[in-house]
Write a new protein. Structure first.
Length: 108
């Protein structure tokens, strides 16, 4: 199962992805990560694995000790350092890095 942790109105993107791939992404619209971090953290706590690009979800998941696969761009910001496959701050986080600018094929 896949759960949406992205904030904002992403219904159209989720519906398009489902139509294209036949994979359903569940979206709990009652959880507003921008307004209620406690609910967002509880939602993340219930998941087995969090896969995302660098955003609030990966930081909350890492702080909660949840397994995280963080998808890192070719030119990451300082907190993800260079060349590491793990996080200095979150022991349960693995870093998956682009090998070329804008190329996610090697990451997936």
């Amino acid at each position: 199962m896949f759960f949406n942790l992205q904030y904002g109105d992403v219904k159209q993107e989720i519906d398009g992805f489902t139509a294209e791939t036949n994979v359903r992404i569940y979206d709990d619209e009652t959880v507003d990560s921008l307004q209620n971090l406690d609910d967002f953290a509880a939602q993340i706590s219930s998941l087995d694995l969090i896969i995302s690009t660098s955003n609030t979800a990966v930081h909350v998941a890492g702080a909660l000790g949840k397994p995280v696969w963080n998808l890192i761009s070719y030119l990451p910001d300082w907190r993800w350092t260079v060349g590491r496959q793990n996080s200095l701050w979150y022991p349960t986080m693995k870093l998956f890095r682009q090998k070329q600018v804008s190329d996610w094929n090697g990451v997936f």
